[in-house]
Design a protein around this ligand. Structure first.
Ligand code: DLL
Length: 433
């Protein structure tokens, strides 16, 4: 269902007029309220009044995560503290978290965007939404929570953890919508199976899964095991949290990005040139409605492409392709670029291995090596050693055919790869240890 027909099905010319007006306002805002941006814009020789067309976006400087770090903790806020009502932060695998802020209007816009997101998945008032994204500094839990309430749905704010108890609640409280990471969805399926739960008998109808990369093959697996429509949701704390882009349940082809709030571009991460629709590169987003934490041309590091073709659901807003991963997560194994999600696709095509894996990157001499540790399922595990070896070789060959690199494949016992209640850790980089 389209919750906001006006903003999601507008003719492009009208949308662009709105975007330009909002872009001009945000440039004006940051120029006057954020010393960092004033300096950057002055260095680039751009004054707010020189933004006359959407094309002038290209004249604006990029913003990076490092810029936000350099202004730690609150130097990039564009509203005084008496107008800020919420602070979240991205986890940051190393060092300090990256704080982001919201005014009351930002929170309202976010709730509305998340309501639009859930509606794209077919959710409506009367639904019961089980939110298993973490609550706290992470934006997933509270983002989904406010959106579901705005939609008029009932929220079960379980947050992460206590997997068995969550399965009990799914059976007893009968939620119809499940919000969590795809790796946790898979874990719920696994634990449910151990508990003898038939998910076809639960009321779950749709899953809103994101916050980490996952493949189409993983979607098929989760849909079959949980008996629901699994949709991909994208967002990042710096830009908003969840509610930036979502697949529609009608097409499940590309994630609609809410262009009335975000201006997307795709750039070549090396030359920084803007790429054409369809070309794969780094997603850059300019927020055009945020008050407390607006960002100009923020380099997300996420790799995808843009598609402006109207969708069969009726939306005219652009779609981004499924995220391949972050440029920082891309492994370069003997000169070949490999994304963990691509390895996942190969593993998922192989009968006998479970969808739980880890990639271990190491270095031998000057060369980077990759070991793929993947669980075999119960039936295969009891097979003879010879059969297990053949399975490992088969996976090795498939990966070699696909990427032209040789990797080591290690089959491991069922349930030995750590399960995740939030974002899964797929890559272990021993080079950095
Ligand atoms: O993960 C916000 C979120 C919460 C999105 C719940 C979706 C659902 P951060 O912790 O700041 O925010 O992490 C953002 O996660 O730059 C991507 O690299 C990755 N990511 C998020 N969604 C997807 C997705 C939240 N659908 C970072 N596919 C982003 C692939 C994703 N990667």
């Amino acid at each position: 269902m389209i919750r906001d027909i006006e903003n999601e099905t507008r003719p492009r010319e009208d949308l662009q007029a709105l975007q330009l007006q909002r872009l001009q306002a945000v440039v004006e805002r940051v120029y006057h309220l954020v010393p960092f941006y004033r300096r950057r814009l002055d260095e680039a020789g751009v004054k707010p009044e020189q933004i006359r067309t959407l094309d002038d976006l290209k004249r604006l400087p990029f913003t990076t995560k490092q810029d936000i770090r350099d202004n730690y903790p609150f130097g990039m806020f564009a509203a005084p503290m008496d107008q800020i009502v919420r602070i979240h932060a991205s986890s940051g695998t190393t060092g300090k978290p990256t704080p982001v802020a919201y005014t009351q209007r930002d929170i309202d816009n976010w709730a509305e965007l998340m309501a639009r997101t859930l509606a794209a998945g077919g959710a409506h008032a009367g639904d019961i939404v089980h939110v298993a994204y973490g609550y706290g500094l992470f934006t997933g839990g509270l983002g989904a929570h406010y959106g579901a309430e705005r939609l008029g749905a009932a929220v079960i704010p379980v947050s992460g953890g206590q997997t068995r108890r969550q399965i009990m609640l799914i059976q007893d409280f009968c939620p119809t919508v499940l919000c969590c990471t795809p790796s946790f969805a898979l874990y719920l399926a696994e634990v449910g199976q151990e508990m003898g739960v038939d998910f076809a008998k639960t009321k779950l109808r749709v899953g809103i899964f994101g916050a980490e990369p996952w493949s189409d093959a993983m979607r098929t697996e989760i849909e079959a095991r949980l008996h629901l429509d699994a949709l991909d949701i994208y967002g990042l704390s710096e830009i908003l949290g969840p509610g930036v882009a979502i697949e529609c349940v009608e097409a499940k082809r590309g994630l609609h990005i809410f262009e009335d709030h975000f201006l997307p571009e795709i750039i070549n991460p090396v030359t920084l040139e803007t790429l054409a629709p369809g070309e794969i590169g780094e997603l850059v987003i300019t927020t055009i409605t945020k008050e407390a934490f607006p960002l100009l041309r923020y380099r997300t590091r996420d790799i995808t492409s843009l598609n402006y073709a109207p969708c069969k659901c009726g939306r005219t807003i652009a779609r981004i392709g499924r995220l391949q991963g972050r440029s920082d997560d891309m492994l370069i194994i003997r000169g070949v670029n490999v994304f963990p999600s691509q390895i996942e696709s190969v593993l998922m095509e192989t009968p006998g291995v479970a969808p739980h894996y880890q990639l271990i990157v190491d270095r031998e001499g000057q060369l980077d090596t990759l070991e793929v540790a993947v669980e075999v399922d119960e039936t295969v595990f009891s097979d003879e050693v010879k059969q297990l070896q053949a399975l490992a070789q088969n996976i090795q060959r498939k990966i070699k055919d696909y990427f032209t690199v040789s990797v080591k494949v290690k089959l491991v016992e069922p349930r030995t790869i750590p399960r995740s209640e939030g974002k899964a850790q797929r890559v272990i980089d021993k080079r950095k240890m």
